[in-house]
Write a new protein. Structure first.
Length: 336
């Protein structure tokens, strides 16, 4: 789909009429597979969320349970990556077993190689490389698993120093992929996300913008990319928000008091309030759930029904941290 992505998810560009899918509140929630595609990740409380047996088959089963539950409740965007262990494989198996599922949008990412060997204790869990050779290798790997079910391929965690922003040969290859019907996007990370997004908006091939989506970290603690994401939305890109719960820091009893108090008043969990905070942004097309259990997913999917008033939003706005401090904290979180 050269760029049917917003329409497939039920969103419309300015002046267009949203599709019927937009009537399903869960259509604005996507399911990311970072937490279940591999045994180790940096989310809090994985010892509680995952089975003691974190074998390939155990996590395949968990992933399929989550995909079944998400699809049944209206979720239509699923997000994987080459570095999420076997997430693409698990997702491909699920799609193959359910040929009737033909109304979903499938996204994946390249640019990191998974190196942990299915071990939580690995010294390095992933290695970053945005070079052309890595793209060509990982594109073949993704194609072998997802084939023509892949709708969106994003460069994983681009920062301002990434060669992906300047490599003209890579841009040409990515434009070729877009010509084949796969939308091209990027995800961002780090305290300079806004600068990265603006640099990406300037990337063109034959006078046409290359990137059709941007996936960025945005949550009540880290809002620094907000203005740039609004600019990307206004430029016609679909904005996908990741880490809306700050890797667990805004969920459950770990959430700040104001989130817990707001959640108690609304009769939902802290996670739903954290997601609702992001869903209020008019530029947020899809907000990812990173649920590791069906129960977490059910709680996340209550977010579209949470109506935050201005006083509550003001109190949530006050939670924001300096970007450098936020990203230092994230980098120090242990893989578990």
């Amino acid at each position: 789909m050269s760029f049917a992505l917003p329409r497939a998810l039920g969103f419309a560009r300015p002046g267009e009429t949203p599709s019927a899918t937009a009537k399903t509140p869960a259509a604005r929630i996507g399911l990311g597979l970072a937490a279940v595609g591999r045994p180790g990740y940096i989310n809090l409380h994985r010892d509680r969320d995952l089975p003691a047996d974190r074998s390939v088959e155990a996590l395949r089963e968990r992933t399929h349970e989550l995909l079944d539950a998400a699809y049944a409740q209206g979720v239509r965007y699923f997000d994987a990556a080459r570095s999420y262990g076997r997430s693409e494989e698990f997702l491909a198996d699920w799609l193959t077993a359910r040929p009737e599922v033909d109304d979903v949008v499938i996204g994946s990412k390249w640019g990191y190689t998974y190196t942990a060997g299915w071990s939580v204790e690995a010294e390095a869990h992933e290695v970053k490389d945005h070079g052309l050779a890595t793209f060509l290798r990982q594109r073949d790997e993704t194609d072998a698993l997802l084939g023509d079910r892949l709708d969106l391929y994003q460069i994983h965690s681009v920062t301002t120093d990434s060669p992906a922003l300047t490599d003209k040969e890579l841009h040409a290859r990515l434009a070729g992929l877009a010509a084949e019907g796969v939308s091209v996007g990027l995800s961002t990370s780090g305290p300079a996300q806004a600068d990265t997004i603006r640099a990406a908006l300037a990337v063109t091939v034959d006078g046409e913008p290359l990137f059709r989506t941007v996936q960025a970290t945005y949550n009540a603690l880290e809002t620094s990319a907000g203005t740039a994401l609004a600019e990307a939305h206004d430029a016609g890109l679909t904005v996908i928000v990741k880490e809306a719960m700050a890797n667990g820091r805004l969920a459950g009893t770990d959430a700040p008091a104001v989130i817990r108090e707001t959640a108690a008043k609304a009769g939902v969990g802290s996670d739903a309030v954290a997601l609702a905070f992001v869903l209020r942004r008019p530029w947020a097309g899809v907000v990812l759930s990173g649920a590791a259990t069906v129960e977490q997913l059910a709680g996340n999917l209550q977010a579209p029904g949470v109506d935050l008033d201005e006083e509550q939003c003001g109190r949530l706005d006050a939670l924001v941290e300096e970007p450098e401090a936020y990203w230092r904290h994230r980098a120090a979180m242990p893989w578990s």
